[in-house]
Design a protein around this ligand. Structure first.
Ligand SMILES: Cc1cc2nc3c(=O)[nH]c(=O)nc-3n(C[C@H](O)[C@H](O)[C@H](O)COP(=O)(O)O)c2cc1C
Length: 280
């Protein structure tokens, strides 16, 4: 069944009994230097290569097709649900998935807003004007309310009343945070980088860097080590077209440390079969 071709209303109902779980990694017996085709799990997947490769020259590709390809290939993306306020006091909410953490020291996030041919996003104008904004992580129980805020409403219309979401006061910036979000950040504009198209010389996109001044995290989603528990946060991500993703099952795979692994790596390079040490 091709779910991508089905009208959203004909899809099976959302399964809210599903719970995030942690498993082992797909190929826990993988050894240093082992080819993917040789692994049980990867063998069938690797055979897809026999159909060959489509090589896309981005300078020649139609921008719409490039957009379709890139937003479906660069997945899953986290989503920043951004609250801003205009110079005249109109409050704005909108989701952005060209979003990520840049660094924790200092804490900086990035959001990328495209500048349409007709108008620049209200979010960009508002951040330029007032510097402060909040980024709220969307959880499954209220994703429809957040999605509705992607509507192309005129600048004088606030998305807050449409969404039914609740404003919670921020401590540092003017725009409210979203009370329904279990993880919100109060951000201050650090830098805006205009992405200039080399052919048209137009600033097609504004890359917004924001310093995170305060984080509001709901206590019930925290582990005793101070991390966010993905099973409790229930964050959603963005795929291609209108597809969202839920956080699928996680698997745990320790990062190799040279000091611990060097002997095994030397043996593997001599042709011996050596598995990475999977103890944490
Ligand atoms: C899940 C989701 C992610 C989106 N991500 C982006 C993005 O990263 N950049 C962008 O320019 N527009 C993105 N959009 C579209 C904007 O949300 C939409 O154009 C919105 O109207 C912008 O609001 P504003 O003009 O009030 O700022 C996204 C829409 C959705 C539903």
């Amino acid at each position: 069944m091709d779910f991508l071709k089905m009208p959203p209303g004909d899809l099976p109902a959302f399964d809210d009994t599903y719970g995030f779980q942690q498993t082992r990694s797909p190929n826990p017996n993988w050894t240093y230097g082992q080819k993917i085709e040789a692994t049980q799990e990867g063998r069938e997947w690797a055979q897809g290569e026999t159909k060959g490769w489509k090589v896309v020259d981005t300078e020649k590709e139609d921008p719409i097709k490039l957009y379709i390809l890139m937003i479906s290939g660069i997945v899953p993306r986290p989503i920043a649900f951004v609250s801003t306020i205009s110079n005249t006091g109109i409050e704005n909410l909108a989701p952005f998935s060209w979003f990520n953490m840049v660094t924790h020291s200092p804490p900086v996030v990035s959001i990328s807003c495209s500048n349409g041919p007709v108008r620049v996003h209200d979010t960009t104008d508002n951040i330029k004007a007032n510097r402060g904004f909040t980024v709220n992580i969307i959880s499954e129980p209220w994703v429809e309310a957040a999605n509705v805020c992607s509507i192309d409403a005129p600048a004088e219309v606030s998305e807050w009343p449409l969404s039914g979401l609740t404003k919670a006061p921020s401590v540092h910036v003017k725009p409210a945070r979203v009370k329904e979000s279990a993880f919100s950040m109060e951000c201050e504009l650090l830098q805006i980088i205009d992405i200039i198209h080399p052919v048209t010389q137009k600033a097609t996109t504004s890359l917004i860097l924001g310093t995170v001044k305060y984080i509001h995290v709901r206590k019930d989603v925290l582990t005793d080590k101070g991390a966010v528990d993905p099973a409790k946060l229930k964050a959603v991500g963005r795929m291609g077209d209108i597809t969202y993703s839920r956080i699928g099952d996680g698997f745990r795979l320790p990062r190799p440390l040279w000091e611990k692994e060097v002997q095994g790596i030397e043996k593997a390079l001599q042709g011996l079969i050596v598995q990475p040490d999977h103890s944490e």
